[in-house]
Ligand binder design. Structure first.
Ligand SMILES: Nc1ncnc2c1ncn2[C@@H]1O[C@H](COP(=O)(O)OP(=O)(O)OP(=O)(O)O)[C@@H](O)[C@H]1O
Length: 257
């Protein structure tokens, strides 16, 4: 299990400070849900932690600064599924998911049987087996989203960063994806950081939550501590009723003003 910490993360894009002094701490095997209104800086935070955006501050996995790691080393520790990446339209689903094995394939080498088996089994678990030879340009939005997640899972890294993994998915596939991630977390001790717009879903799956607002951390703690009517009103401008769901976890219901 790998813990992940970030200290004083800041990101400037086009001369604008989009993320400022963000700290984050996730214990190995835990699930952190990052929530916040549109434009709050959630995706930027994940991109900085994933190392795909320049940032100041420090990201540490098990105490090692990810800046010190070579890209292959980092990719073995940290898998990132972006919200809506540009996908090569002519590539097949299988070949795209297989890219997740790149950090394990020797330079100038070929993928092994094991690499292909891992890829096939992840595609099966995401109901993508029948799509394996389909070209990416010929998938629906939800199918594309599951393929992006498949590539990240195929990477078999101990830290999984998922940016809005369920937005384009129907209810059944939302549940399937979240349950699969949770099962992998429990079975393999994955550490999960995900942005989620559905606050009730976030409250059901996450061990801890972080509310980002205007590029800063506005609140963090357990779902009960973060999902309060007051914070949601203040940072989302929404009127909600908080109910207590299974295991005492909070459920957020929109109320008509
Ligand atoms: N390349 C860029 N240059 C300047 N500003 C940017 C750039 N990319 C994003 N931003 C701005 O940074 C802010 C944070 O964006 P980010 O995508 O992190 O928000 P978010 O919380 O993930 O939002 P959403 O819920 O809408 O996905 C937004 O105001 C956005 O307009």
């Amino acid at each position: 299990m790998s813990d992940i910490r970030a200290h004083d993360l800041s990101v400037v894009l086009d001369s604008r400070t989009v993320l400022s002094g963000v700290g984050m701490q996730v214990r190995g095997g835990d699930w952190l849900a990052v929530i916040g209104a549109n434009g709050a800086g959630k995706s930027t935070l994940l991109k900085a932690v994933a190392g795909v955006l320049p940032y100041s501050g420090e990201v540490l996995i098990d105490g090692t600064s990810v800046r010190r790691l070579r890209p292959r080393e980092r990719a073995r520790l940290l898998a990132y599924a972006p919200q809506a990446p540009a996908l090569p339209a002519d590539m097949t689903v299988f070949d795209y998911a297989l890219l997740g094995r790149t950090p394990y394939i020797p330079y100038l080498g070929r993928e092994s049987r094991h690499d292909r088996e891992v890829t096939a089994s992840v595609l099966e678990r995401l109901d993508l087996g029948p799509f394996a030879s389909r070209r990416l340009g010929r998938l629906s939005g939800g199918e594309r989203q599951r393929v992006v997640l498949a590539r990240a899972l195929v990477q078999q890294a101990p830290v999984l960063l998922l940016d809005e993994p369920t937005t384009a998915l129907d209810l059944g596939h939302q549940q399937q994806v979240l349950e699969l991630v949770d099962r992998l977390r429990l079975a393999d001790g994955l550490t999960v950081v995900t942005t989620l717009h559905d606050l009730s879903v976030a409250g059901q799956y996450a061990d801890s939550m972080m509310l980002v607002s205007g590029g800063r951390v506005a609140a963090s703690g357990t779902p009960v501590e973060v999902l309060t009517g007051k914070l949601i009103d203040e940072h989302f401008g929404a009127r909600v009723r908080i109910a207590t769901g299974p295991d005492g976890r909070p459920e957020v219901h929109l109320e008509r003003p």
